[in-house]
Design a protein around this ligand. Structure first.
Ligand code: CAA
Length: 260
């Protein structure tokens, strides 16, 4: 499948999705979001892909937000449809069976910051900038920022960003836990790929179960979440992966896992 606004490249079980509208700093209009939805739904079915990386084209932006030119003339009803489309994309990413790494290579503002929040792991280049500047446009974040940002960095810090619309740099984003680490821009994709290769070398079913239990468990109370973890832990013993992984350890050799 070819797309007008995104690039999809797959090699060695790692799919890289690049938002490709560099002239508009990769801003998300309806067509881009629709293409992302199609692409991520297809990746969800692709058992050969074990890790997904999302990034933005060019050296300046990951995604500078939802497309303001597109949103300018929207009615409330159209705004709702557009917001729901953004939610469908972020929820699809969050629910992908594969881990998703955001390679944040520049501005991650508004819908761009929200896109990164839907990913499982965020690495940033040193020129990355983060913020939810929506209040400066007379709107609120519409792709989950009011909910995922406080859950990730805490309500007080999130409120400061959400209410002020201020932009923070990559080091500050790292300090508050918005990204895992900051690397030189020319190292960003290599670092993301190294991490993706490491994840792809682990038991694929175990990695998928880990993602599932973290995401679903975070929405439960601790007691129910631990009971859920116990169920999925038990499930591991029904599969070939646990047998191979433990046998390999005892035989002092690396495990050979099958892609599932
Ligand atoms: N939507 C549409 N176009 C955008 C855009 C966006 N979010 N961000 C940048 N662009 C376009 C600019 O209009 C410009 O286009 P032209 O060359 O045709 O004029 C081009 O990208 C380059 O941008 P700038 O000239 O502005 O570049 P800069 O280096 O001077 O500034 C910037 C960079 C600080 C990121 C600035 O572009 C900016 O503030 N962008 C908007 C950021 C923003 O407010 N994002 C939130 C959007 S609302 C949202 O996302 C809602 C939601 O939650 C769903």
């Amino acid at each position: 499948m070819t797309y007008n606004n995104i690039l999809l490249e797959t090699s060695d079980a790692i799919a890289t999705v690049t938002i490709n509208r560099p002239k508009a700093l990769n801003a998300l209009n309806r067509e881009t979001l629709e293409e992302m939805l199609t692409c991520f739904n297809e990746l969800a079915q692709d058992r050969s892909v074990q890790v997904v990386i999302i990034t933005g084209a060019g050296e300046k932006a990951f995604v500078a937000g939802a497309d303001i030119s597109f949103m300018q003339g929207l009615t409330p009803d159209e705004g709702k449809v557009f917001g729901r489309l953004g939610h469908a994309v972020t929820r699809t990413i969050e629910n992908l069976p594969q881990p998703v790494i955001a390679a944040i290579n520049g501005f991650a503002l508004g819908g761009g910051c929200e896109l990164s929040l839907a990913c499982d792991i965020r690495l940033a280049s040193d020129n990355a900038r983060f913020g939810q500047p929506e209040v400066n446009l007379g709107i609120i974040p519409g792709f989950g920022g009011t909910q995922r940002l406080p859950r990730l960095i805490g309500k007080g810090l999130a409120n400061e960003l959400l209410f002020s619309g201020k932009i923070i740099d990559a080091l500050e984003a790292c300090r508050v836990g918005l990204v895992n680490r900051v690397v030189a821009q020319d190292r960003l994709m290599a670092e993301c790929r190294e991490l993706a290769v490491l994840i792809a070398s682990r038991g694929p079913a175990a990695v998928r179960l880990c993602k599932e239990v973290v995401n679903n468990g975070m929405e439960m109370d601790l007691h129910r979440a631990c009971s859920y973890e116990a169920d999925l832990f038990a499930l591991c013993f029904a599969g070939a992966e646990q047998k191979e992984g433990m046998m390999a350890f005892l035989e002092k050799r690396p495990p050979k896992f099958q892609a599932n």
